[in-house]
Design a binder for this molecule. Sequence first.
Ligand code: ADP
Ligand code: MG
Length: 369
Amino acid sequence: MKAREGAGPAAGAAAVPITIRGLRKTYGSQVALDHVDLDVASGEFLTLLGPSGSGKTTLLMALAGFIRPDAGSLKFGDAEVVRMPPHRRNVGMVFQNYALFPHLDVAANVAYPLKLRRVPASEIERRVDAALALVQLGGYGARRVHELSGGQRQRVALARAIVFEPRIVLMDEPLSALDRQLRERMQIELRELHEQLGMTTIYVTHDQREALTMSDRIAVIAGGRVMQIDTPRRLYDHPANRFVAEFIGESTLLEVDTRDGGCTCAGVPIATAAPAPAGRALLLMLRPERVRVGDGERRDGHNVLEARVTDVIYQGDTFLVQAALADGRRIAARGIASGGALGRVPQAGEVAAFGFSAEDAVLIPREAA
Ligand code: ADP
Ligand code: MG
């Protein structure tokens, strides 16, 4: 985790850590959160990443106080907040659909949380101006909401979420209504804003690339449970289980035999970065961009699997090469054609060497723990 300091001009309220223990929420027989434990460091940018229906919104709503969990504890700093009403939690929120007041102008939208808190009018004006400047909407105070683009509306929502200097900011898919280019620009802007303000931030997305781009750490959620919590790099390089390996990035997963302490795949010995843990069924995980194709791969001490190329797919920036091992199992390699992983683009039908280093041969448990 990168250490960050909230040293920007608007950094005011101290950030706090969040401690979640045994959080459970059910809707009838539907388990939305299943004993969630999570620690978010003070000032950290943590992303909840998971498929639709995995419980991300439920967890944010429980943090904000709009949902009362069935069981568990929620602490902001040392304070237990699980029974505290939402308005006392001092949490800023941004939702997917802006949720701005359409009949108010931009300044009045941003001023709203300050009015609720009975901040004096002169102070409100100063803080609204500062918040709008932070989200690069200085001078837009008198605009009507309907005169703004989607990206501008989401910036207003953000200004409204931070104007009262909350210790914690929660964002639920705030960029998912925007087109790709704007979304990518806003990802960087949100990151920079977080670096300036330093509040503890929990961000929700179902978009793995967005999560990898923005986060100090990512908690992968599925079925109301935290599958893994780690830095983007660790998650990608060392997924804790099959679900994480398949949800983040592309992966080839091959069953291996590790009964005698070594590791073999289809009878071929495989050198791996870490020794195989005993007593568990394992899968060999290979990231396609770390697999190289070509005769040059047949060298001593290097892992090679022979496979017949089934498809060569041109995807602009890279080629994706799909192939079948002798027993029919699939392997993939991705690379740029010249100077990259594919020295020469192979042809469908040919048998080629798919090579990978021991460091890139990662063993993961076949079943989720
Ligand atoms: P996500 O935000 O990850 O898409 P949610 O937290 O919205 O997931 O939902 C988690 C699970 O809880 C889903 O199965 C969803 O159908 C269920 N759920 C959420 N809200 C309600 C509700 N108000 N009533 C019944 N079921 C709900
Ligand atoms: Mg949701």
